[in-house]
Design a protein around this ligand. Structure first.
Ligand code: SF4
Length: 350
């Protein structure tokens, strides 16, 4: 039997396309039955390949998974239950968007196993929400967060900052609102302009890199939740276990069109994609490089094991302790290093 694998299930459907979105998703009304059949046959495929493996976490991401009818969700969960060992499954996350899930529907998802809800709030300002192309308003988002918190499941909210004209003041007010709501987990992403999106064609007057850096620092200064990854903040114990496992370099299967995974079989790592399942072998250098790239994004860093030792430049680490450090046999970026992670990784790898 092979090692435990986390499971990511992609739900690539949304009610409309946001103006900044470059994710694999489309605004169509899906045939849920055929979506479910596709996911279930991928589950069969991997159960045949990997056996009755343990699954530590399951993450339904999107897209907008909260659009999924709960009977479809239940069938997928039952299939997972039949094919894999979920007895030690710590977390089942559902991504959601306000306006696509009623309180009653959320309760049904919880009854089917959801233990964590991630809500795409993005902003508490209705004008900003409109600008981003979101279909909900702030009041609907707050009502969903409050109801979800009242059910006792773990709740997270996603936000976007660094919009045109945003400054540190906007960040302080966003952080104050997150603090007020007593959220225990929040993800704050910098707006990045992707080509082939409406924003990509709009020549927006974006904040400068220095202004973005000031806003990034203002988050740590004003949010009550400590940072545990470049864009993720949580009180201790409330971190997203699924993402942490993946950033740590654990194995995961991606199911559905648009999903990616890293599976371990026959003593070899494979890059894997969902939908029309494809796999390609990863050598130990590539795998270690991936672990550095994801692990350095986290405050706790990545285990300094032999594979990592083989690819990093020790002299660089010793002469740049202001950016990167080895402590307790883990290598991690300092606060200053986090600000220039892309360059840091390039310098760090031999
Ligand atoms: S809800 Fe998310 S995945 Fe869907 S269009 Fe908007 S940003 Fe993209």
């Amino acid at each position: 039997m092979t090692m435990p694998h986390n499971i990511y299930i992609h739900v690539p459907f949304c009610i409309s396309k946001c103006k900044y979105c470059a994710f694999f998703s489309s605004a169509i009304s899906p045939d849920w039955e055929s979506y479910k059949n596709g996911i279930c046959s991928e589950i069969d495929f991997w159960a045949n390949k990997l056996g009755y493996i343990k699954v530590p976490t399951i993450f339904f991401g999107g897209g907008t998974p909260s659009l999924m009818p709960t009977d479809i969700f239940q069938s997928i969960m039952q299939k997972l239950q039949t094919c894999f060992d979920l007895s030690e499954c710590l977390e089942i996350t559902l991504e959601s968007n306000p306006g696509t899930i009623t309180n009653e529907k959320l309760s049904e998802f919880i009854a089917c196993g959801v233990t964590r809800l991630s809500v795409g709030v993005q902003s508490f300002d209705d004008t900003e929400l409109k600008f981003l192309g979101r279909k909900h308003d702030a009041q609907t988002a707050v009502a969903l967060l409050e109801y979800a918190q009242s059910t006792g499941i773990r709740v997270s909210a996603d936000f976007i900052y660094g919009l045109p004209n945003h400054n540190v003041k906007n960040i302080i007010s966003l952080c104050n609102k997150i603090n007020e709501l007593n959220l225990k987990h929040a993800s704050l992403y910098e707006l990045t302009i992707e080509p082939n999106t409406p924003f990509g064609h709009m020549n927006l007057d974006m904040p400068t890199n220095d202004e973005m850096a000031d806003m990034y620092m203002a988050i740590s200064d004003n949010l009550k939740l400590p940072r545990y990854e470049v864009s993720n903040y949580a009180i201790t114990g409330q971190e997203c276990r699924h993402n942490q496992n993946i950033w740590d370099g654990d194995a995961y299967i991606g199911l559905g069109n648009g999903a990616m995974g890293r599976v371990f079989m026959n003593n070899t790592w494979f890059e894997q994609s969902g939908g029309n399942i494809k796999t390609s072998e990863l050598n130990s250098t590539t795998r270690a490089t991936e672990r550095i790239i994801t692990g350095l994004r986290t405050v706790r860093g990545v285990s300094f094991d032999d594979d990592i030792k083989n690819i990093v430049d020790i002299d660089f680490i010793n002469s740049h302790n202001d950016l990167v450090k080895i402590e307790n046999n883990r290598i991690h970026a300092t606060d200053d290093g986090m600000l220039i992670l892309d360059e840091l990784v390039l310098d760090l790898i031999k």
